[in-house]
Design a protein around this ligand. Structure first.
Ligand code: DGL
Length: 269
């Protein structure tokens, strides 16, 4: 017998590789937990799915993942899913804590001096009532520009796979975020898709003027750590497991990028 309590298990979930931007600070903050990263790449990109198809897919897949992985906590590291599916997931699994990723409109509005704020997201997240509700509630004193990019999440996947990404294409996708009005300029851009911080350097380089790109991942990691409670002694520093629902072969550059984040490829436990 050992007095050591079993490691807690956390499932970090996204449509693809974007959730790695949330996974990394969680892994750094909590080396004591067992981490499983699941990319539903069979259905990527979620931003193109109808709301009904997305709810059905995520609830059905999560039912399998919870049964197989038995997590103590689930992080939906995807704005496109969180802004729609958190309610149905919490109803389906009332005992299981879910932490979502939703557009960081509140901190951006608070930090903005020009009061011109943009929200860069997938077309799905831009269309959600949830997103519009956040703007009404937290950004009443700002002019908020919603920009739905159909391409940027794909470009971020290419970047992480070490493939060529055209800077001009990025510049074209983010151009509508940069608003000039009566001598004021947009000063905060909410990265409301977990894929976008993968392009951080290229986004900064493609910006016509300096802005703050708001990435909520550190705040999400802090929330996860709080919910998990005091750091335990179970399995410190173990590699996390990454699972891809498509079952497609993982290229060497992607394997390298996963390893750099402390992840090895697995089939589900
Ligand atoms: N990473 C997802 C998000 O945060 C979206 C990518 C997709 O369209 O699947 O919204």
């Amino acid at each position: 017998m050992t007095s050591e309590s079993a490691a807690r298990r956390v499932l970090v979930f996204d449509s693809g590789l974007g959730g790695l931007t949330v996974y990394a600070p969680i892994a750094a903050a909590r080396p004591d937990v067992e981490l499983l990263y699941v990319a539903d790449d069979a259905y990527f990109p979620y931003g193109d799915l109808s709301e009904r198809a997305l709810v059905e897919r995520v609830v059905a897949l999560m039912t399998d993942l919870v049964a197989q992985g038995r997590p103590d906590l689930v992080v939906i590291a995807c704005n496109t899913a969180s802004t729609l599916v958190l309610g149905p997931l919490r109803a389906r699994f009332p005992e299981l804590p879910f932490v979502g990723t939703v557009p960081a409109i509140k901190p951006a509005a608070l930090a903005s001096r020009s009061k011109l704020v943009s929200v860069l997201a997938t077309p799905g997240t831009v269309a959600r009532d949830y997103t519009r509700g956040l703007i009404r509630e937290f950004a009443g004193d700002c002019a908020v520009t919603l920009v739905g990019s159909a391409r940027l999440a794909r470009l971020a996947e290419r970047e992480l796979r070490g493939e060529y990404v055209d800077a001009a294409e990025i510049a074209a996708e983010i151009a509508p975020c940069f608003v000039e009005q009566g001598g004021r300029h947009t000063d905060q851009i909410v990265l409301a898709c977990t894929h976008f911080p993968l392009l951080a350097q290229k986004l900064a380089a493609a910006s016509p003027w300096r802005v703050e790109f708001v990435d909520p991942a550190p705040a999400i990691a802090r929330r996860v750590a709080t919910l998990l409670g005091p750091v335990g002694s179970g399995r410190p520093g173990q590699a996390g497991q990454a699972h891809f629902t498509s079952g497609a072969p993982v290229s060497a550059p992607l394997q390298k990028a996963l390893l750099a984040r402390g992840l090895t490829i697995s089939s589900l436990p």
